[in-house]
Design a protein. Structure first.
Length: 401
């Protein structure tokens, strides 16, 4: 440790909404399913030197509990059930589930345990890794610098949209996982709430509660990945995941993530039953315009007015990219823009980390993510990748990284 022994995270709700949404579904449906998740640094940075400090921060998480106020607030949301919230109130992180190593300069982290518990590690772990690293690399940075830079971006944005109909533009904060710090994220979101009329919510449950914002989020890749080893038939696993979610949430939280096994394979499974019941789709890899055109065309083929559905764009966005997509799709569908790193870690002189934690096994067997962006593909088991591609009628020429 280097003088930063105090806990970075101070509440169980300092996490993304979709983790609790998925956790409730897992609690009800897959209570005893074991999984393994692993940390990846996509830029191959040497982060192993921080392993000791990260380990110490992980150990502090076992002290986090759901407060009475937090429990009451969650209880008033329409999609949480009492049995799950009662269980969550008793939940404690188990640091023994997390293995942290400095492997020749590379940071290696593996998490093992029941899915209902492992599922909650991803977001706080990534957030504390990001904050630990940035504390060392740029200790001189303060939240004021982040806000000053944000205000410059907001001024430029206002000038660009002065003559544009912005009535359908919606922005969400998706910035918890790779934020510069908790303080920077809270200051940025508070500034947006005060100065940016198009902010409609945040994925961070703690900030949503304290800043009186709408919490937003539905499902992540791990929901679809785990079903690859839960569903008896691999080729049916994506449909099984989509149906299981509807069984849990019916007409709530109905934004489906499309790129666990590529958009094309997703749309083949996303027939009229799903297309009518889900409120919309989320983009997280590949060309966003191409993706959006495929989504709009799919709805039209099914006789569904795309303007009755929502397209959520959330892949490496900034305000300029969001505005360009709004100009393209804003009158053809409901569009929402989830911006993460480019809000909460966009500070001159700071290089954001490109870090993720993804499932690598479920029920003791491999799972994979076959993204629409080759660099985002995750699976070390090439035989399983081949089986997955065959099951979903995808070309076998691409290789997992």
């Amino acid at each position: 440790m280097t003088g930063h022994a105090s806990p970075i995270l101070t509440t169980l709700l300092d996490t993304d909404a979709y983790k609790l949404h998925m956790q409730q579904a897992v609690y009800h449906r897959y209570y005893d399913v074991p999984v393994t998740a692993e940390f990846r640094c996509r830029s191959d940075e040497q982060l192993g030197q921080y392993a000791g400090e990260i380990r110490a921060q992980i150990d502090t998480l076992q002290e986090l509990t759901l407060s009475d106020d937090e429990f009451a607030w969650l209880s008033n949301l329409p999609f949480f059930q009492h049995d799950y919230l009662t269980w969550l109130r008793a939940f404690r992180f188990n640091p023994a589930q997390v293995e942290v190593q400095d492997e020749r300069g590379q940071l290696r982290i593996q998490i093992r345990g029941p899915w209902r518990e492992v599922i909650l590690w991803e977001v706080p772990l990534l957030a504390l890794i990001s904050e630990v690293v940035h504390r060392h690399r740029t200790p001189q940075i303060a939240a004021e610098q982040a806000v000053a830079h944000l205000q410059q971006k907001l001024s430029a944005f206002r000038a660009q949209v002065a003559d544009l109909d912005m009535s359908r533009f919606q922005l969400m904060d998706f910035g918890t996982r790779r934020r510069y710090s908790q303080e920077v994220q809270e200051t940025i979101v508070s500034t947006l709430k005060a100065d940016f009329p198009w902010l409609v919510g945040t994925s961070n449950y703690d900030l949503a509660r304290r800043l009186q914002l709408t919490p937003v989020g539905t499902q992540a890749h791990e929901w679809f990945q785990a079903h690859q080893q839960i569903s008896p038939v691999l080729a049916n696993s994506q449909r099984a995941a989509l149906q299981s979610w509807l069984d849990e949430y019916d007409d709530q939280l109905g934004i489906a993530l499309t790129d666990c096994i590529t958009m094309d394979a997703f749309l083949r499974d996303f027939g009229p039953g799903f297309a009518h019941r889900y409120q919309g789709l989320r983009h997280d890899s590949g060309d966003p315009v191409e993706w959006g055109e495929k989504a709009v065309a799919h709805y039209e083929r099914l006789g569904i007015d795309p303007r009755s559905k929502t397209l959520v764009f959330s892949d490496n966005l900034n305000l300029d990219k969001a505005l360009a997509l709004y100009r393209h799709f804003g009158q053809r569908a409901n569009v929402v823009f989830g911006i993460g790193t480019r809000l909460t870690c966009d500070i001159p002189g700071v290089t954001p980390l490109n870090i993720v934690i993804k499932l690598v096994s479920c029920n003791g067997k491999p799972v994979a993510k076959l993204s629409d962006s080759p660099g985002k593909t995750i699976c070390q088991d090439k035989a399983f990748v081949r089986a997955l591609r065959k099951a979903f009628d995808l070309p076998l020429v691409k290789r997992a990284s």
